[in-house]
Design a protein around this ligand. Structure first.
Ligand code: PEP
Ligand code: MN
Length: 333
Protein backbone atom coordinates (compact mmCIF):
# COMPACT_ATOMS: atom_id res chain seq x y z
CA UNK A 1 0.00 0.00 0.00
CA UNK A 2 1.15 3.52 -0.71
CA UNK A 3 2.52 5.76 1.95
CA UNK A 4 -0.12 7.87 3.57
CA UNK A 5 -2.92 5.40 3.06
CA UNK A 6 -5.10 6.16 6.02
CA UNK A 7 -5.32 3.75 8.87
CA UNK A 8 -9.05 3.11 8.26
CA UNK A 9 -8.34 1.87 4.77
CA UNK A 10 -5.75 -0.56 6.10
CA UNK A 11 -8.16 -1.70 8.79
CA UNK A 12 -10.88 -2.17 6.20
CA UNK A 13 -8.64 -4.38 4.09
CA UNK A 14 -7.61 -6.39 7.13
CA UNK A 15 -11.27 -6.89 8.08
CA UNK A 16 -12.04 -7.95 4.55
CA UNK A 17 -9.25 -10.56 4.59
CA UNK A 18 -10.33 -11.87 8.00
CA UNK A 19 -13.90 -12.20 6.80
CA UNK A 20 -12.58 -14.49 4.05
CA UNK A 21 -11.06 -16.74 6.70
CA UNK A 22 -7.51 -15.58 5.95
CA UNK A 23 -4.80 -14.50 8.36
CA UNK A 24 -3.51 -10.98 7.58
CA UNK A 25 -0.16 -9.90 9.02
CA UNK A 26 0.34 -6.12 8.55
CA UNK A 27 3.86 -4.67 8.41
CA UNK A 28 3.90 -0.89 8.80
CA UNK A 29 6.97 0.56 7.07
CA UNK A 30 8.10 4.13 6.54
CA UNK A 31 7.50 4.05 2.79
CA UNK A 32 4.56 1.71 2.62
CA UNK A 33 2.39 -0.77 4.45
CA UNK A 34 2.60 -4.42 3.47
CA UNK A 35 0.00 -6.98 4.46
CA UNK A 36 1.21 -10.57 4.30
CA UNK A 37 -1.73 -12.94 3.93
CA UNK A 38 -1.67 -16.55 5.06
CA UNK A 39 -4.38 -18.96 4.03
CA UNK A 40 -6.01 -20.92 1.23
CA UNK A 41 -5.23 -19.18 -2.04
CA UNK A 42 -8.44 -20.20 -3.73
CA UNK A 43 -10.37 -18.08 -1.19
CA UNK A 44 -9.16 -14.85 -2.73
CA UNK A 45 -8.96 -13.29 -6.13
CA UNK A 46 -5.95 -11.16 -7.01
CA UNK A 47 -7.95 -8.80 -9.22
CA UNK A 48 -10.58 -8.37 -6.51
CA UNK A 49 -7.93 -7.48 -3.93
CA UNK A 50 -6.28 -5.09 -6.38
CA UNK A 51 -9.57 -3.24 -6.75
CA UNK A 52 -9.83 -2.50 -3.01
CA UNK A 53 -9.22 1.11 -2.12
CA UNK A 54 -5.62 1.79 -1.03
CA UNK A 55 -4.14 -1.36 -2.56
CA UNK A 56 -1.17 -0.66 -4.83
CA UNK A 57 -0.05 -4.15 -5.74
CA UNK A 58 -0.92 -7.77 -4.96
CA UNK A 59 1.88 -10.32 -5.22
CA UNK A 60 1.50 -14.06 -5.23
CA UNK A 61 4.15 -15.98 -3.30
CA UNK A 62 2.84 -19.49 -3.96
CA UNK A 63 2.44 -21.18 -7.35
CA UNK A 64 -1.03 -21.25 -8.88
CA UNK A 65 -0.59 -24.96 -9.69
CA UNK A 66 -0.63 -27.69 -7.06
CA UNK A 67 -1.02 -31.21 -8.39
CA UNK A 68 1.84 -30.86 -10.87
CA UNK A 69 4.06 -29.15 -8.32
CA UNK A 70 7.21 -30.73 -6.92
CA UNK A 71 6.27 -29.19 -3.58
CA UNK A 72 3.20 -31.45 -3.58
CA UNK A 73 5.10 -34.49 -4.83
CA UNK A 74 8.89 -34.38 -4.35
CA UNK A 75 9.56 -37.67 -6.19
CA UNK A 76 9.65 -37.56 -10.00
CA UNK A 77 6.76 -39.22 -11.79
CA UNK A 78 7.63 -42.23 -13.92
CA UNK A 79 5.00 -43.21 -16.46
CA UNK A 80 4.93 -46.76 -17.75
CA UNK A 81 3.49 -47.56 -21.17
CA UNK A 82 3.73 -51.08 -22.57
CA UNK A 83 6.77 -51.77 -20.41
CA UNK A 84 8.52 -48.53 -21.41
CA UNK A 85 9.28 -46.16 -18.55
CA UNK A 86 9.08 -42.41 -19.23
CA UNK A 87 10.83 -40.26 -16.65
CA UNK A 88 13.25 -42.91 -15.37
CA UNK A 89 16.99 -43.28 -15.96
CA UNK A 90 16.47 -44.61 -19.46
CA UNK A 91 15.69 -41.87 -21.97
CA UNK A 92 12.33 -42.11 -23.74
CA UNK A 93 12.79 -41.69 -27.48
CA UNK A 94 9.65 -41.01 -29.51
CA UNK A 95 10.21 -41.15 -33.26
CA UNK A 96 8.16 -41.43 -36.42
CA UNK A 97 6.68 -39.38 -39.20
CA UNK A 98 4.81 -36.12 -38.75
CA UNK A 99 1.79 -37.69 -40.48
CA UNK A 100 0.73 -41.27 -41.04
CA UNK A 101 0.46 -41.46 -44.83
CA UNK A 102 0.13 -45.08 -45.92
CA UNK A 103 0.99 -48.64 -44.93
CA UNK A 104 4.30 -48.82 -46.81
CA UNK A 105 5.55 -45.64 -45.19
CA UNK A 106 4.61 -46.85 -41.70
CA UNK A 107 6.06 -50.30 -42.24
CA UNK A 108 9.30 -48.88 -43.57
CA UNK A 109 9.78 -46.30 -40.83
CA UNK A 110 8.68 -48.56 -37.96
CA UNK A 111 10.99 -51.35 -39.21
CA UNK A 112 13.98 -49.00 -39.27
CA UNK A 113 13.16 -47.52 -35.87
CA UNK A 114 12.73 -50.91 -34.23
CA UNK A 115 16.24 -51.86 -35.36
CA UNK A 116 17.55 -48.69 -33.74
CA UNK A 117 15.94 -49.63 -30.42
CA UNK A 118 13.09 -47.11 -30.53
CA UNK A 119 10.12 -48.20 -28.38
CA UNK A 120 7.79 -45.24 -28.89
CA UNK A 121 6.29 -44.67 -32.34
CA UNK A 122 4.72 -41.33 -33.21
CA UNK A 123 2.54 -40.41 -36.19
CA UNK A 124 -0.28 -37.95 -36.72
CA UNK A 125 -3.67 -39.13 -37.97
CA UNK A 126 -5.51 -35.90 -37.15
CA UNK A 127 -3.25 -33.03 -38.20
CA UNK A 128 -3.59 -29.44 -36.98
CA UNK A 129 -2.67 -27.65 -40.20
CA UNK A 130 -2.44 -23.89 -40.53
CA UNK A 131 -4.56 -23.85 -43.67
CA UNK A 132 -7.70 -25.87 -44.42
CA UNK A 133 -6.44 -27.09 -47.83
CA UNK A 134 -3.26 -28.73 -46.52
CA UNK A 135 -3.23 -32.48 -45.84
CA UNK A 136 -5.37 -32.97 -42.74
CA UNK A 137 -4.31 -36.54 -41.94
CA UNK A 138 -5.92 -39.90 -42.67
CA UNK A 139 -8.14 -39.80 -39.57
CA UNK A 140 -9.48 -43.19 -38.41
CA UNK A 141 -7.59 -45.00 -41.18
CA UNK A 142 -4.35 -43.39 -39.98
CA UNK A 143 -4.98 -44.55 -36.43
CA UNK A 144 -5.27 -48.15 -37.65
CA UNK A 145 -2.08 -47.92 -39.70
CA UNK A 146 -0.21 -46.52 -36.70
CA UNK A 147 -1.61 -49.17 -34.38
CA UNK A 148 -0.73 -52.01 -36.76
CA UNK A 149 2.81 -50.74 -37.35
CA UNK A 150 3.33 -50.35 -33.59
CA UNK A 151 2.04 -53.84 -32.94
CA UNK A 152 4.16 -55.45 -35.68
CA UNK A 153 7.30 -53.80 -34.34
CA UNK A 154 6.62 -53.94 -30.61
CA UNK A 155 6.26 -50.20 -30.06
CA UNK A 156 3.84 -48.12 -28.03
CA UNK A 157 2.12 -45.43 -30.10
CA UNK A 158 1.54 -41.71 -29.69
CA UNK A 159 -0.83 -39.63 -31.79
CA UNK A 160 -2.51 -36.25 -31.58
CA UNK A 161 -6.15 -35.78 -30.68
CA UNK A 162 -7.69 -32.54 -31.93
CA UNK A 163 -11.34 -32.94 -31.08
CA UNK A 164 -13.01 -34.20 -27.90
CA UNK A 165 -15.37 -36.21 -30.16
CA UNK A 166 -12.42 -38.34 -31.36
CA UNK A 167 -11.05 -39.20 -27.91
CA UNK A 168 -12.78 -42.61 -27.58
CA UNK A 169 -11.64 -43.67 -31.03
CA UNK A 170 -8.06 -42.54 -30.45
CA UNK A 171 -8.03 -44.33 -27.06
CA UNK A 172 -9.10 -47.55 -28.78
CA UNK A 173 -6.17 -47.53 -31.17
CA UNK A 174 -3.38 -45.69 -29.47
CA UNK A 175 -1.34 -45.83 -26.24
CA UNK A 176 -0.46 -42.15 -25.66
CA UNK A 177 -2.64 -39.15 -26.55
CA UNK A 178 -0.85 -36.06 -27.80
CA UNK A 179 -2.21 -32.57 -27.20
CA UNK A 180 -0.54 -30.32 -29.75
CA UNK A 181 0.90 -26.86 -29.24
CA UNK A 182 -2.17 -25.23 -30.80
CA UNK A 183 -4.45 -26.89 -28.28
CA UNK A 184 -2.43 -26.44 -25.11
CA UNK A 185 -5.04 -24.03 -23.82
CA UNK A 186 -8.08 -25.79 -25.22
CA UNK A 187 -9.41 -26.28 -21.72
CA UNK A 188 -12.38 -28.47 -22.70
CA UNK A 189 -10.05 -30.83 -24.55
CA UNK A 190 -7.63 -30.87 -21.60
CA UNK A 191 -10.45 -31.76 -19.21
CA UNK A 192 -11.72 -34.51 -21.52
CA UNK A 193 -8.32 -36.20 -21.91
CA UNK A 194 -7.95 -35.82 -18.14
CA UNK A 195 -10.90 -38.20 -17.80
CA UNK A 196 -9.20 -40.94 -19.85
CA UNK A 197 -6.79 -43.55 -18.52
CA UNK A 198 -4.15 -42.95 -21.22
CA UNK A 199 -0.91 -41.03 -20.68
CA UNK A 200 -1.10 -37.55 -22.20
CA UNK A 201 1.78 -36.05 -24.20
CA UNK A 202 1.25 -32.32 -23.70
CA UNK A 203 3.14 -29.97 -26.00
CA UNK A 204 3.93 -26.42 -24.96
CA UNK A 205 1.85 -23.79 -26.73
CA UNK A 206 3.93 -21.64 -29.03
CA UNK A 207 3.12 -18.50 -27.07
CA UNK A 208 2.64 -20.08 -23.66
CA UNK A 209 4.65 -19.16 -20.59
CA UNK A 210 6.04 -21.98 -18.47
CA UNK A 211 3.42 -21.20 -15.84
CA UNK A 212 0.64 -21.50 -18.42
CA UNK A 213 2.20 -24.76 -19.64
CA UNK A 214 2.15 -26.21 -16.12
CA UNK A 215 -1.39 -24.96 -15.56
CA UNK A 216 -2.48 -26.78 -18.72
CA UNK A 217 -1.04 -29.97 -17.21
CA UNK A 218 -2.82 -29.11 -13.95
CA UNK A 219 -6.16 -29.22 -15.83
CA UNK A 220 -5.44 -32.83 -16.83
CA UNK A 221 -4.34 -33.92 -13.35
CA UNK A 222 -7.31 -32.12 -11.80
CA UNK A 223 -9.60 -34.46 -13.76
CA UNK A 224 -7.93 -37.51 -12.27
CA UNK A 225 -5.30 -38.42 -14.87
CA UNK A 226 -1.84 -38.24 -13.23
CA UNK A 227 0.08 -39.39 -16.32
CA UNK A 228 1.16 -36.26 -18.15
CA UNK A 229 4.36 -36.08 -20.19
CA UNK A 230 5.37 -32.48 -20.88
CA UNK A 231 7.04 -31.58 -24.18
CA UNK A 232 9.02 -28.43 -24.96
CA UNK A 233 8.72 -27.85 -28.70
CA UNK A 234 9.89 -24.27 -29.07
CA UNK A 235 8.12 -20.95 -28.92
CA UNK A 236 7.55 -18.15 -31.42
CA UNK A 237 9.99 -15.30 -31.25
CA UNK A 238 11.32 -12.65 -33.66
CA UNK A 239 14.00 -15.10 -34.84
CA UNK A 240 13.59 -16.04 -38.49
CA UNK A 241 16.44 -18.47 -39.02
CA UNK A 242 14.72 -21.24 -37.09
CA UNK A 243 11.07 -22.30 -37.23
CA UNK A 244 10.74 -21.87 -33.46
CA UNK A 245 13.08 -20.86 -30.65
CA UNK A 246 13.76 -24.02 -28.67
CA UNK A 247 13.82 -23.03 -25.02
CA UNK A 248 16.15 -25.58 -23.45
CA UNK A 249 16.03 -23.76 -20.10
CA UNK A 250 12.44 -25.01 -19.81
CA UNK A 251 13.87 -28.42 -18.92
CA UNK A 252 15.69 -27.51 -15.69
CA UNK A 253 12.99 -24.96 -14.80
CA UNK A 254 10.25 -27.58 -15.13
CA UNK A 255 12.38 -30.07 -13.18
CA UNK A 256 12.55 -27.57 -10.31
CA UNK A 257 8.86 -26.74 -10.39
CA UNK A 258 7.25 -30.05 -11.26
CA UNK A 259 7.57 -33.79 -10.78
CA UNK A 260 6.30 -34.54 -14.31
CA UNK A 261 8.63 -35.91 -17.00
CA UNK A 262 9.69 -33.54 -19.77
CA UNK A 263 10.62 -34.43 -23.34
CA UNK A 264 12.19 -32.11 -25.93
CA UNK A 265 11.08 -31.97 -29.58
CA UNK A 266 13.96 -30.43 -31.56
CA UNK A 267 12.22 -31.22 -34.88
CA UNK A 268 9.45 -28.65 -34.43
CA UNK A 269 11.77 -26.75 -32.10
CA UNK A 270 14.18 -25.84 -34.89
CA UNK A 271 12.57 -26.91 -38.17
CA UNK A 272 16.02 -27.71 -39.57
CA UNK A 273 17.57 -31.18 -39.87
CA UNK A 274 21.11 -29.85 -39.27
CA UNK A 275 20.07 -28.43 -35.89
CA UNK A 276 18.24 -31.48 -34.57
CA UNK A 277 21.26 -33.46 -33.33
CA UNK A 278 22.97 -30.51 -31.58
CA UNK A 279 19.73 -29.54 -29.85
CA UNK A 280 19.06 -33.17 -28.88
CA UNK A 281 22.46 -33.22 -27.17
CA UNK A 282 21.68 -29.94 -25.41
CA UNK A 283 18.30 -31.25 -24.26
CA UNK A 284 19.78 -34.40 -22.76
CA UNK A 285 22.62 -32.49 -21.12
CA UNK A 286 20.02 -30.17 -19.57
CA UNK A 287 18.19 -33.12 -18.01
CA UNK A 288 15.38 -33.91 -20.46
CA UNK A 289 13.71 -37.29 -19.99
CA UNK A 290 13.76 -37.98 -23.71
CA UNK A 291 13.23 -36.69 -27.22
CA UNK A 292 10.57 -36.60 -29.90
CA UNK A 293 12.05 -36.68 -33.40
CA UNK A 294 10.28 -36.68 -36.77
CA UNK A 295 11.62 -39.43 -39.00
CA UNK A 296 10.36 -40.19 -42.52
CA UNK A 297 11.59 -42.84 -44.98
CA UNK A 298 11.59 -40.23 -47.72
CA UNK A 299 11.41 -36.68 -46.32
CA UNK A 300 11.22 -34.98 -49.71
CA UNK A 301 7.90 -36.75 -50.34
CA UNK A 302 6.40 -36.30 -46.89
CA UNK A 303 2.86 -34.89 -46.79
CA UNK A 304 3.75 -32.69 -43.80
CA UNK A 305 6.93 -31.39 -42.17
CA UNK A 306 9.24 -33.07 -44.69
CA UNK A 307 11.70 -30.18 -44.46
CA UNK A 308 12.45 -30.95 -40.82
CA UNK A 309 12.23 -34.75 -41.00
CA UNK A 310 15.29 -36.95 -40.66
CA UNK A 311 15.82 -40.08 -42.73
CA UNK A 312 16.18 -43.28 -40.69
CA UNK A 313 19.92 -43.16 -41.47
CA UNK A 314 20.27 -39.62 -40.15
CA UNK A 315 18.26 -40.59 -37.11
CA UNK A 316 20.52 -43.61 -36.52
CA UNK A 317 23.48 -41.25 -36.50
CA UNK A 318 21.71 -38.99 -34.02
CA UNK A 319 21.18 -41.96 -31.70
CA UNK A 320 24.90 -42.73 -31.83
CA UNK A 321 25.88 -39.13 -31.19
CA UNK A 322 23.65 -38.62 -28.16
CA UNK A 323 24.92 -41.77 -26.40
CA UNK A 324 28.01 -40.21 -24.79
CA UNK A 325 25.96 -37.21 -23.61
CA UNK A 326 23.40 -39.54 -22.02
CA UNK A 327 26.16 -41.48 -20.28
CA UNK A 328 27.77 -38.26 -19.05
CA UNK A 329 24.56 -37.23 -17.28
CA UNK A 330 23.83 -40.68 -15.89
CA UNK A 331 21.12 -41.68 -18.36
CA UNK A 332 20.91 -44.63 -20.71
CA UNK A 333 19.40 -44.97 -24.16
C1 PEP B 1 3.41 -32.60 -34.37
O1 PEP B 1 3.89 -33.18 -33.39
O2 PEP B 1 3.42 -33.05 -35.52
C2 PEP B 1 2.86 -31.23 -34.18
C3 PEP B 1 1.89 -30.76 -34.95
O3 PEP B 1 3.48 -30.57 -33.19
P1 PEP B 1 3.16 -29.15 -32.50
O4 PEP B 1 1.79 -29.30 -31.92
O5 PEP B 1 4.25 -29.04 -31.48
O6 PEP B 1 3.25 -28.11 -33.56
MN1 MN C 1 5.04 -32.23 -37.47
Amino acid sequence: MERGVEKEKVEKIIEHLKAKGLQPVPLFGVERTVIAVIGEERDLSVSHLESLEGVMKVMRVVHPFQLVSRETQPTSTIIEVNGVKIGGDQLAIFAGPCSVENEDQMESVAGSLEKLGVKLLRGGAFKPRTGPYAFQGLGAEGLKLLEDAGRRHGMATCTEVLDPRDIDLVCKHCDILQIGARNMQNFMLLREVGRTKKPIFLKRGMSATIEEFLLAAEYILAEGNPNVILCERGIRTFEQYVRNTLAIATVPIVKELSHLPIIVDPSHGTGKPSLITPMSKAAIAAGADGLMIEVHPNPSEALSDGAQSLTPEQFGKLMEEIKPIATAVGRSL
